[in-house]
Design a protein. Structure first.
Length: 476
């Protein structure tokens, strides 16, 4: 008869006692600690190892909760999530930008944030006219830009380059209509937006067209160039971002209202104002909306970004909005319902919070919807703004508190200019004023003989002013 071998445990020593936990015990003998008999089952008698059950109830519950958390996080952070199609398929080919180099003024507002502030200047301007040059034709509202000893200005059915030293013309390019906006300079290109729907990129040395882009509506803003892209708005409320080197469309945003003012940029936040009084903060790379701040009236000027805030005038009030704020989808509509319940006096409903992003607002005594027709100049401690009654204000930039005001005697329609310790502005009577920016005391005044409705700029140690009679003045 064939004997079946007796199966023994694979390891009869080195066993842990199941009663007291003492290690290194021997099967079939009492535990050296608790003296209980050590038993080790043969392999065939051992219980099978537990298998992981993917569809067990608690695993399904955990997966569902994880999905809900992920969906909620995506919903909340949707404004900050990049559009993969734009991020990976539509990229600018250069890093061109129009921010001014020292001693130049190569774009509207001077810098990408449109602050119109130069903390230091090579020498103070004393208010003496060096030259005056008639641009010719019907006067336009184009503020000049300045780069490499050259001025670029829009005129009546033309754009022109002038010598900054004398005002003499270097070249001109005829256009299909008047140009009322500033032309930023970036690299070797000058950009001009036209009422015939075209955005042009011109060679800065010759005026030759390098590329053109045809929009669907008139371009009624000054372009801004940053991160290799050209940003501009059109009358139908479309905001465009083009490749600055080629003119190819990278992205566009709609439903912003008619865009009548340039955009401002701080980091990756692109700030836009619409004619309905709203301010939008978008991701500059993809155009994704981060915040929509609503205000009554009409936005009367471009936004200015400084001190972590976005400043803009709308409906007779100057608003300061937190530029780092992002919306949560549905948050505004939820706030409207909350506010309505509070108005109805529903028991237990507390007073709703103020609109997200709002920090402060400034509205002078006697203000009306058209009080402010331009944007402020902003420093790290103060901002400056004039109104259509002829009052000019020095305001704390962080709190909105009025620090001083002066009366010029004529409406102030153009944004001011800060140079070191002085702030300069022009009025409808044609007078250019220079004030101590901390006290408002007058330093000097210069009568240019025609209304100053266009913001002055500073470059090459001079202030350049385009007056409403079509003359361009250089002032030292």
């Amino acid at each position: 008869m064939r004997q079946v071998p007796k199966e023994t445990p694979s390891n009869s020593t080195g066993i842990t006692c199941g009663w007291c936990g003492t290690e290194d015990q021997t099967a079939g003998r009492p535990c050296q600690n608790c003296e209980r008999y050590i038993v080790q089952l043969p392999n065939w008698a051992m219980p099978p190892a537990k298998r992981f059950k993917w569809f067990a109830r608690h695993h399904l519950i955990l997966a569902a909760l994880s999905f809900v958390v992920l969906a909620l996080a995506t919903w909340i952070n949707y404004p900050r999530l990049p559009d993969p199609a734009i991020m990976f398929l539509e990229k600018p080919t250069t890093n061109l930008d129009s921010a001014s180099s020292p001693g130049e003024w190569s774009m509207m507002g001077g810098d990408l944030a449109l602050t119109r502030n130069l903390p230091t200047v090579s020498r103070p301007v004393l208010g003496m006219v060096v030259w005056s040059q008639k641009l010719g034709g019907v006067p336009t509202h184009s503020a000049p830009t300045a780069s490499r000893e050259t001025l670029y200005a829009g005129g009546d059915f033309k754009v022109a380059a002038l010598k900054a030293e004398t005002g003499d013309q270097i070249w001109k390019r005829e256009t299909t209509g008047p140009l009322h906006f500033s032309m930023p300079v970036a690299g070797d290109l000058v950009y001009a937006g036209l009422l015939d729907h075209r955005m042009l990129a011109l060679n800065r040395e010759t005026g030759d067209i390098q590329w053109e882009f045809l929009a669907t509506n008139p371009i009624i803003t000054s372009p801004l160039v940053a991160n290799g892209m050209v940003y501009f708005g059109t009358f139908d409320g479309l905001l465009h971002a083009l490749d600055a080197a080629t003119g190819n469309l990278i992205w566009q945003r709609d439903n912003l209202g008619s865009i009548h003012a340039s955009v401002a940029l701080e980091g990756r936040s692109l700030v836009v104002t619409g004619q309905q009084g709203n301010l939008y903060i978008l991701d500059s790379r993809t155009g994704r909306e981060k915040l929509k701040f609503r205000a009554p009236g009409t936005a009367n000027g471009p936004p200015v970004v400084a001190n972590g805030l976005a400043y803009y005038p709308s409906g007779g009030t100057l608003y300061a909005v937190d530029a780092s704020t992002s919306k949560i989808p549905g948050e505004y509509n939820f706030g409207l319902v909350w506010a309505q319940f509070w108005v109805w006096g529903v028991p237990g409903v507390p007073k709703p919070p103020v609109q997200k992003g709002g920090i402060w607002r400034f509205s002078p005594k006697g203000a009306y919807p058209g009080s402010f027709s331009s944007s402020p100049a902003v420093t790290n401690d103060m901002l400056y703004l004039g109104d259509t009654k002829g009052d000019f204000y020095g305001i704390d930039a962080l709190t909105g508190r009025e620090l001083w005001w002066v009366h010029s005697g004529a409406p102030i329609l153009a944004s001011p200019l800060v140079l070191g310790q002085r702030v300069h502005f022009g009025d409808k009577a044609g007078v250019l004023h220079a004030l101590n920016r901390f006290t408002g005391e007058s330093e000097w005044e210069l009568d240019l003989g025609a209304p100053i409705d266009i913001p002055p700029i500073y470059a090459h140690g001079r202030i350049y002013v385009h007056t409403s009679d079509g003359k361009l003045h250089a002032i030292e």
